[in-house]
Design a binder for this molecule. Sequence first.
Ligand SMILES: CC(C)(COP(=O)(O)OP(=O)(O)OC[C@H]1O[C@@H](n2cnc3c(N)ncnc32)[C@H](O)[C@@H]1O)[C@@H](O)C(=O)NCCC(=O)NCCS
Ligand SMILES: Nc1ncnc2c1ncn2[C@@H]1O[C@H](COP(=O)(O)OP(=O)(O)OP(=O)(O)O)[C@@H](O)[C@H]1O
Length: 197
Amino acid sequence: MLKIGITGGIGSGKSVVCRLFATLGAPVYDSDTRAKWVMTNDDQLRDELRAAFGPDTFDDLGHLNRTYLARVVFADPGQLGRLNALVHPAVGRDFAQWAAARQAEGHRYILKEAALLYESGAYQQLDEIITVFAPVEVRQARILTRDPHRTPDDIQNIIGKQMSEEEKMQRANHVVYNDDAHLLIPQVLKLHETYAQ
Ligand SMILES: CC(C)(COP(=O)(O)OP(=O)(O)OC[C@H]1O[C@@H](n2cnc3c(N)ncnc32)[C@H](O)[C@@H]1O)[C@@H](O)C(=O)NCCC(=O)NCCS
Ligand SMILES: Nc1ncnc2c1ncn2[C@@H]1O[C@H](COP(=O)(O)OP(=O)(O)OP(=O)(O)O)[C@@H](O)[C@H]1O
């Protein structure tokens, strides 16, 4: 079973590309969603997060306080490094378990979607990487529509904490172009045909 990573900066279109693969039958591991699940449900990680970032990390109902945590970590590289060091190994373990279960089901290939495949070291668990590319002004505009709570400065700040698109494209095995000049579906179909045979 091939393990394929899908990466790309904030708002590049990873989730949209993954939805297309999913309609073709490919199982998709969504690292952002799973990271939040693990942060909330792994008792040891919860304790570590509360110790590192204080009581406001979780609300009274035990939900992760994402707004608080985003404010703390995206304002301070040291705090972001601390969060990553706690969360990324736990996500790596969760992915390994998930992938083993998909292998037992007999899938030809699976996908792992993550904004930070290279930065987190997760690429080492994968056979091939696809980078989804869209120009930064297109991403800005799409995110402002998708996430009304983020300002252009917030988005620029997050982009500044991610590896450049040029480097991700250079390191990837394949690039999917999600700008206004290319169609997505034929690009995804072509990759699916390669992986599924
Ligand atoms: C800080 C948190 C709580 C903020 O949550 P929030 O819902 O506001 O934002 P969301 O998760 O949608 O992230 C917004 C965008 O920021 C970028 N981003 C997320 N985490 C990071 C990070 N550690 N470093 C750089 N960029 C990041 C991604 O492109 C993402 O799409 C959340 O991002 C988080 O828990 N991050 C740590 C886990 C992580 O690294 N996830 C990314 C892949 S595993
Ligand atoms: N080709 C496209 N045409 C129009 N809108 C698009 C296109 N691709 C993506 N979008 C929209 O842009 C936004 C960002 O796309 P998506 O959520 O897939 O990005 P992402 O890379 O997963 O982002 P993040 O890193 O924040 O999770 C979404 O609202 C999505 O519907």
